[in-house]
Design a protein around this ligand. Sequence first.
Ligand code: XMP
Length: 171
Amino acid sequence: MAVEPLIDESSIQHRLEAMGREIEDDYRDKPLTIVAVLTGSLIALADLVRRIRIPLRIALVQASSYRGKTTTATTLVVNEAFAPDVAGRDVLLLDDILDTGQTLSALVQHIEDRGAASVRTAVLLRKIGRQIVPIEPDYCGFVIPDVFVVGYGLDYNDDYRHLPFVGVLRE
Ligand code: XMP
């Protein structure tokens, strides 16, 4: 399969620089913990945090969605092995892409339940046209059309995550 470039490496790095500045301004003198959603946001996490020049902590969360056999509703199961310690912290939840919105909204609830002082969301990509849960990311890298993308953390069957750019997978 071919990967057709959609967002090049330097555009991603420029955008992360701007997001880093915004986050710095918003979280100065606050106990910031960036909680990254495995595995897709790992590359964005590594590049973003190195552009934020205020103290912060990093934590990880893993969630898997399961589709019921008799219904199309999906249930998100959070892996408690990671159990990020966010009590009293101002949390910025980082995900690779906002698609239907189910993952991020369920994780916001999960982090709130763990006692965070506040929870905001950041996504590298926001796909237009498929959102079913009303959630507005506080920080967004790029808005993209309804296409399946890979690279820069995003995968197809666990391949392509290492690409330094975001591309569209073509048969
Ligand atoms: P929801 O629908 O919960 O989905 O907002 C978020 C998760 O869905 C995956 N996803 C994608 N992964 N290319 C990918 O590699 C895509 O185009 C894509 N769209 C959704 C992703 O795991 C994300 O965290």
